[in-house]
Design a protein around this ligand. Sequence first.
Ligand SMILES: C[S@@+](CC[C@H](N)C(=O)[O-])C[C@H]1O[C@@H](n2cnc3c(N)ncnc32)[C@H](O)[C@@H]1O
Length: 276
Amino acid sequence: MTYTVSSLDKLLTGKSTGSEPGAVWLVGAGPGDVDLLTVKALRLIESAEVVVYDRLVSPEILALAPPEALCIDVGKTPGFHGMKQAQINQLLVDLAATGRQVVRLKGGDPFIFGRGGEEMSWVQQAGIACHIVPGITAAIGCAAATGIPLTHRDMAQSVRFITGHGRDGKPQLDWQSLQDKRQTLVFYMGLTWCQALSQQLIGHGRDADTPVAIVERGTRRDQRVIITRLQQLAECVARQQPQSPSLLIVGEVVKMYRQPPEATQCSFFEMTDAVC
Ligand SMILES: C[S@@+](CC[C@H](N)C(=O)[O-])C[C@H]1O[C@@H](n2cnc3c(N)ncnc32)[C@H](O)[C@@H]1O
């Protein structure tokens, strides 16, 4: 059902006819490829009465909701905030208070850089049940879609998922702990500060020639992969202009990347790859 203020009002003022008490389901929608949804997520979406979703949820996934379901976009684009987080929290509570099962669809996994923890606390504090359905996080989806293993016995014994967005929007990282050559680093939301990122990593001892993969719209039909090196990262981003959502995989394992069809054995991807 197309979202309008009056359709939302109707939902908020009418009580559900269901026998269960209202609840919020924080559901991970994965990185975009509809086939990467969990079975549980699929069941919830297909039977949803109301879906509250983020910008990163792909149209193919939203299309799985029943035509009569009300789908509410509360999406946030980098640099532009749609509905504020406090408003989203309150909307979830208000909808569940009408006795409805509210499907809160979030890109990737709700508990990885998705503010799922904040929404869960808010809902629980209002005395409403909150269930968590995990999703494939972007790092895992992008690794699989590019044939880059995040760990490898010969190259990386650990992996770190990192965001540059601290509470005040600035990266607050222990750079010293990121210098180990045998550790793969995956940066979410790293495009806008990639210059500082590469300078800090090199300044703290990471090899300037460390390979980097920029995975843009990973797992989607229009996925693009750009391969570069740490010291050329900022220049490469300026030239290739990757857009959000993109993530950066930094480490020796990036050498495993092979252009399709060798890497994916799959004609699903129409990759326009570049090596900087
Ligand atoms: C707010 S975070 C949400 C992460 C999400 N909860 C997850 O588990 O993947 C948004 C960032 O995730 C990364 N991201 C999400 N989906 C992606 C995709 N399909 N391809 C590349 N990066 C993606 C990007 O760095 C994007 O800016």
